[in-house]
Design a binder for this molecule. Structure first.
Ligand SMILES: Cc1ncc(COP(=O)(O)O)c(C=O)c1O
Length: 398
């Protein structure tokens, strides 16, 4: 297992943009939706599809077996974990679900979560409440708008079976203090499930340092991989104890008419049929991110996002909505003059991509009294000129 390479060389933006064909056609501030893929990732996917067309899908997978296996090594380097603790699936939700629905809950057990939990996760808590009688407790935020560690510590008791936290929410620049939550979880022996869907690829993520037992992530967002890819990390300790909600002949080591044995590694959470071209593309995206260095990526992303926040805050009528002591590459805002939907559509006509962060996506929107927000998400291949163009467009629209 190789740990992440840490260097402090600034990003060569010209090279990053040269590697990114999409920057010629669009101003892309929708990296939290799906980032623009770099050329090497696109090439890896297309090459494998071509091979499938030329020699057959099964034969292409056999021919590329070593390369496919290396995708797990790459992810292991990215997250600092052994490769056999990983599963590669269709998206982050499926990864999260496979782990969450493997956990056993009794009536009266408690699940603790944060105010900015992703709604799909919360729906799973509600379903589990209905099925198993668990109690769900949403821990309030601290003054910075991130999960309050004091409240979390006070809420932990013998009945708490899970702490589930969204690291970076879908609807803002907040970075929840995952490492500190991991420490509290470990102290009390509670399972810690981290949704790192919006953080992985834009900052270093080290599962050992964070101390999470389970982590889910996606390929298409800040990792710049293809759509339809996600992954799951589960500690070795937990793996053997988690029987997935679905099993197939890929997930089991062997079976007979009267029983089966599940694989001891992350494969137990996968299924047999998969898209090998995008799996290879995911591996390439991870290698590509590692080659830039995740610290370098984080530094540039926060520099650009802070610049964008500063410039937006100078536009009359614009209200920034990002919370947290530490903020990342997601910048959300609104204005009384136009709806988020209208702003996004008008920007789209100018070939500027951002997205709408809808009220239903995160559980805190109602409590924060917010309607839909405009979400601009920056990556390291974006540049200062794009920020100026974007702010000029926002000024003229709003
Ligand atoms: C915080 C968070 N978790 C999970 C997901 C789901 O990811 P996926 O679409 O890959 O299932 C998202 C998607 O936007 C998200 O923002």
């Amino acid at each position: 297992m190789l740990s992440q390479q840490v260097n402090h060389i600034p990003i060569d933006v010209a090279r990053a943009r040269k590697d990114t064909p999409g920057v010629k056609s669009v101003l892309h501030f929708n990296n939290a939706g799906a980032a623009l893929m770099p050329q090497p990732v696109l090439d890896a996917i297309v090459q494998h599809l071509q091979l499938e067309a030329e020699i057959g899908g099964y034969e292409a997978a056999d021919a590329q077996r070593e390369r496919i296996n290396k995708v797990y090594q790459s992810l292991g380097r990215l997250l600092n974990c052994p490769e056999d603790c990983l599963a590669i699936v269709e998206n982050a939700t499926r990864a999260w679900d496979m782990a969450f629905y493997s956990l056993k809950f009794e009536p009266g057990d408690r699940i603790l979560t944060g105010m900015s939990e992703y709604s799909s996760n919360y729906i799973a808590f509600l379903q589990t409440q209905k099925r198993s009688g668990v109690e769900i407790e949403v821990i309030p935020n601290d003054d910075f708008g991130q999960i309050s560690l004091k409240h979390l510590e006070n809420a932990i008791d013998k009945r708490v079976k899970l702490i589930a936290l969204t690291h970076v929410p879908t609807n803002g620049g907040l970075v929840n203090p995952a490492k500190e939550v991991g420490k509290l979880a470990k102290q009390s022996g509670v399972t810690f499930l981290l949704d790192a869907c919006q953080s992985v690829g834009q900052m270093p993520i080290d599962v050992t340092e964070i101390g999470c037992d389970i982590l889910s992530g996606t390929g298409r967002k800040f990792l710049r991989g293809p759509r339809g890819t996600g992954f799951l990390f589960v500690t070795k300790n937990m793996l053997a104890r988690l029987e997935p909600p679905f099993l197939d002949l890929h997930a089991v080591k062997c079976f007979a008419r009267d029983g089966y044995e599940v694989h001891v590694d992350g494969r137990r959470f996968e299924n047999w049929e998969t898209n090998y071209s995008t799996k290879i593309g995911l591996g390439k995206a991870v290698d590509y991110a590692l080659a830039w260095g995740l610290e370098n990526i984080e530094n540039r992303v926060s520099l650009l996002a802070n610049l964008l926040r500063e410039k937006l805050s100078n536009i009359p009528g614009i209200s920034l909505q990002d919370e947290g002591e530490k903020k990342c590459g997601i910048v959300t805002f609104n204005t009384k003059k136009r709806s988020a939907e209208e702003i996004v559509q008008r920007l789209n006509k100018k070939r500027i991509n951002v997205s709408v962060s809808r009220v239903g996506y995160s559980i805190d929107m109602h409590e924060r009294n917010l309607a839909d927000l405009v979400r601009a998400s920056i990556h390291y291949y974006n540049d200062e000129n794009e920020i100026d163009t974007f702010c000029t467009a926002i000024e003229s629209i709003c």
